[in-house]
Design a protein around this ligand. Structure first.
Ligand SMILES: Nc1nc2c(ncn2[C@@H]2O[C@H](COP(=O)(O)OP(=O)(O)OP(=O)(O)O)[C@@H](O)[C@H]2O)c(=O)[nH]1
Ligand SMILES: [Mg+2]
Length: 306
């Protein structure tokens, strides 16, 4: 019998919980399956599919293109070879079970909530309702055949809520700094938003995106002008630049696919590095049935006195 894997899992409580067989002490969700664990801590069975499969329009098979080669995190046409191989060989470790945190920051009313809502719910609200503190949405993807989830944290831009919102900055894998393409001041303020977000995060491991919104409102001449400044700033920040419209939906899906893909790639590379640097003397067991989970155990030390 399989031992329960030592990975973060989502414990759930369902209305049918009480009808579980005798001896079952716990249930958890792994991927889209429900598992039970018996009282003596043994993984018993896969009961049923709980979560619906990843939506067809959230499946990523190729690295999406950057928006502008002048300010891109990566100008490759394809995923890193190591990442493709790891996915093919199901050697992505815990990546498939992780939820990556993405925070969205920027001045009030630049369009953070509308951007997230356009992607996650395909809606647009022309009435401004300020975000109070924070809000979040979960988005599930499948990248190169591996499930991958993003937790999108929508923070408040209003000064009076900033203090609450900033307590949620920690642990981000990607930071999306939003400005309004029709408001130069909001672009200038992005430096401050970046500084605040980085106080709580490790700058060497966070992916940065600088996103101009309301593209539908700017004239081509106005757009060209602000784009030059935005690309220059993105380059200095080491961020990837995008211009989008939540109203028309222009570039919204492409942008979030890029965020998901680059975050996924960074996660797989980090996982490969971690497994590559495991100490000699540790045995890595890859269980092909349990969707590439691995467990490490120490090899018995040879008795040097014998
Ligand atoms: N024309 C147009 N209007 C937009 C777009 N995105 C947002 N808006 C409008 O801009 C206003 C502010 O949008 P929100 O998304 O609520 O702004 P926010 O950045 O979340 O604001 P806070 O929550 O206060 O930080 C709303 O009236 C939206 O309808 C866009 O792409 N085009
Ligand atoms: Mg908002």
């Amino acid at each position: 019998m399989l031992k329960p894997p030592h990975i973060p899992v989502l414990f759930v409580s369902f209305p049918f919980y009480s009808s579980f067989p005798k001896g079952v002490s716990n249930v958890f969700v792994l991927g889209n399956k429900l598992f039970t664990v018996t009282e003596n801590n043994v993984l018993r069975s896969i009961i049923m599919s709980v979560l619906p499969p990843v939506r067809k329009d959230r499946i990523i098979g190729q690295l999406p293109k950057c928006f502008s080669k002048g300010a891109a995190l990566n100008t490759e046409d394809e995923f890193h070879n190591k990442v493709k191989t790891a996915c093919q060989q199901q050697r992505t470790g815990t990546v498939g079970f992780k939820i990556s945190k993405v925070i969205v920051v920027g001045d009030l009313a630049v369009g953070k909530t509308c951007l997230i809502n356009r992607f996650c719910k395909d809606v647009f609200d022309k009435n401004y309702k300020a975000t109070i503190g924070v809000d979040f949405e979960m988005e599930r993807f499948e990248v190169l055949g591996v499930p991958f989830s993003l937790q999108l944290w929508d923070t408040a831009g209003q000064e009076r809520f900033k203090c609450i919102a900033s307590t949620y900055y920690r642990g981000a894998q990607a930071v999306i700094i939003v400005f309004d393409l029709t408001d130069v001041a909001s672009l200038e303020h992005t430096r401050q938003w970046l500084e605040d977000a980085m106080k709580e995060n490790d700058p060497t491991s966070v992916l940065l995106f600088l996103v101009g919104t309301k593209k539908d409102l700017s004239s081509p001449a106005q757009y060209t002008l602000i784009e030059q400044d935005a690309i220059k700033l993105a380059d200095q920040m080491k961020a990837e630049y995008w211009a989008v419209s939540a109203l028309s939906g222009e570039n919204v899906r492409e942008f979030f696919f890029r965020v998901a893909s680059l975050t996924f790639e960074a996660n797989v590379l980090a996982e490969l590095e971690k497994s590559g640097s495991r100490r000699i003397g540790e045995v890595v067991q890859i269980n092909s049935n349990s969707n590439n989970l691995y467990a490490t155990s120490k090899k018995k030390q040879p008795n040097c006195c014998q």
